[in-house]
Ligand binder design. Structure first.
Ligand SMILES: C[S@@+](CC[C@H](N)C(=O)[O-])C[C@H]1O[C@@H](n2cnc3c(N)ncnc32)[C@H](O)[C@@H]1O
Length: 250
C-alpha cells in the first residue's frame, strides 16, 4: 500500500528527515491522500490509515496502559516459555520485532534483547521509542529496560545465516492471518497487513533459529494454529488465544 510521512505541530523537520530516510513523500496531515501515513507526533511516531475504514492510530508504545497491565500481570505466557532470567543466560534474539511488545516485556525482566525487523517503517517506529532512553524525564527503571534493547534493521533470514553469535533464547512471532478475534489484535494485524501485504508464513525462520539458540526457540502461535513449519514442539505453554511452542536445540 502507498505510504507517506506527515507531522504534527513543530515536528516538520523531523518528518522531512524521516521521509528522506524512507524515500517516502512528505505530506501535510490535512492533505487528502490515499493510503497509509506515518505521522511524527509530539510523543510518538504513529501509523494512520487515510481510507474510509478508519482504524485509529497505531504506535509503538512501551508505556501504554495495555503494556503496564501486561507487565503487572507477570508478562503472560511468554515469560513462562522463555524461563527465568539468569546471569549467564540473558541473551534473547527477537527475530520478528514488530511493535516490540514482546521484546520490551523481556527487557523489563532483565534480558538483553536483540530485535530484528525487516520493515523500514516499523524499524523507524521502534527506533524512536527505544531512543526515549535518552530523555531526561524518564523513570530509571524504564531507562534500564530500554537500554537492554538493541535494534537491527535486517531480514532475519540474512542475519541468522551470517551471524556467528549464539543466543540463549530465540523468539519468533511471524504473522499469522487469523490470529485472534480480539478487536485490539485485529487492528495491529490490519495495519501490519496494510504495510506488508500478505507475508510469508515464517517457516524458514525456525530451522535457522534452532541453529543459533543455546537453550531454546520459542514460537508464538494462535492457539489453534498448526505448529510452525509443521515441526512438533518439545512442549507448549497455552493461554486463552495463543500458544507458545518451545523447541530445544537439535
Ligand atoms: C506479528 S509481528 C510481531 C509482533 C511482536 N512479537 C510484538 O510483540 O509486537 C511480525 C513482525 O515480524 C516481522 N518479520 C517477519 N518476517 C521477518 C523476517 N524474515 N525478518 C525480520 N522481520 C520479519 C514483520 O515485519 C512484522 O513486523
Amino acid at each position: 500500500m502507498k505510504c507517506a510521512v506527515s507531522w504534527e505541530d513543530s515536528k516538520r523537520n523531523e518528518a522531512a528527515a524521516l521521509s528522506q530516510r524512507l524515500s517516502l513523500p512528505l505530506v501535510e496531515l490535512s492533505d487528502t491522500c490515499d493510503g497509509l501515513l506515518l505521522v511524527v507526533g509530539l510523543e510518538n511516531y504513529y501509523l494512520k490509515n487515510t481510507g474510509k475504514n478508519d482504524l485509529g492510530p497505531l504506535c509503538v508504545d512501551f508505556f501504554s496502559s495495555r503494556m503496564k497491565h501486561r507487565l503487572k500481570s507477570g508478562g503472560g505466557p511468554l515469560l513462562k516459555a522463555v524461563g527465568p532470567v539468569k546471569n549467564d543466560q540473558r541473551r534473547v534474539l527477537d527475530v520478528t520485532a514488530g511493535l516490540g511488545r514482546d521484546a520490551y516485556v523481556l527487557a523489563s525482566q532483565g534480558f538483553e534483547v536483540t530485535l530484528l525487523e525487516r520493515s523500514s517503517i516499523l524499524f523507524e517506529m521502534l527506533n524512536q521509542e527505544i531512543g526515549k532512553q535518552f530523555l531526561d524525564d524518564l523513570q530509571e527503571a524504564d531507562r534500564a529496560s530500554l537500554s537492554k534493547m538493541k535494534l537491527i534493521h535486517i531480514d532475519a533470514v540474512d542475519f541468522m545465516r551470517s551471524t556467528e553469535e549464539k543466543f540463549d533464547v530465540v523468539c519468533l512471532d511471524p504473522m499469522f492471518p487469523e490470529r485472534s478475534k480480539s478487536a485490539k489484535v485485529k487492528k495491529d494485524l490490519q495495519y501490519l497487513q496494510l504495510l506488508h501485504g500478505v507475508e510469508d508464513d515464517g517457516s524458514a525462520l525456525l530451522p535457522l533459529a534452532r541453529n543459533i539458540a543455546i537453550k531454546k526457540v520459542v514460537v508464538k502461535r494462535p492457539i489453534h494454529a498448526p505448529p510452525l513449519a509443521g515441526l512438533v514442539p518439545n512442549h507448549s505453554f497455552k493461554a486463552k488465544t495463543l500458544r507458545l511452542d518451545v523447541y530445544l536445540p537439535p
